[in-house]
Design a binder for this molecule. Sequence first.
Ligand SMILES: [Zn+2]
Ligand SMILES: [Zn+2]
Length: 121
Amino acid sequence: MVSMTTAVLEPKDMDWIGKGVLGIEWNDGHKGVYPVRYLRQHCPCAACTDELTGELRIKPDDVPLLIMLQDVEPVGRYALRFKWSDGHDTGIYSFTFLRRICQCDICQPVKLEQPKIKRLL
Ligand SMILES: [Zn+2]
Ligand SMILES: [Zn+2]
């Protein structure tokens, strides 16, 4: 019998990789990396992101350098709501959105072109 796998993307585990970086392990085994300031700068709420164009209303510099994630609350089975140290808490980050903005080396492979020097043994 073929099992009906519902491929619903969900966070399996969440942890603090380090100061200012949130780690989310997904149920497909992917380990997502999310600098918290980056998350705050891409808040999907209507005040921070234009709902029609998807353009960010918030400027990167509007977010305090030392922004902290104070609380994470699940929203149904599709999103997370983050509470920030600047008092903002209206952003609902769907799992698909979070997965899309993942900042790990696999999802964002080339940030800076670094010349590869071939090592001659
Ligand atoms: Zn927002
Ligand atoms: Zn990733």
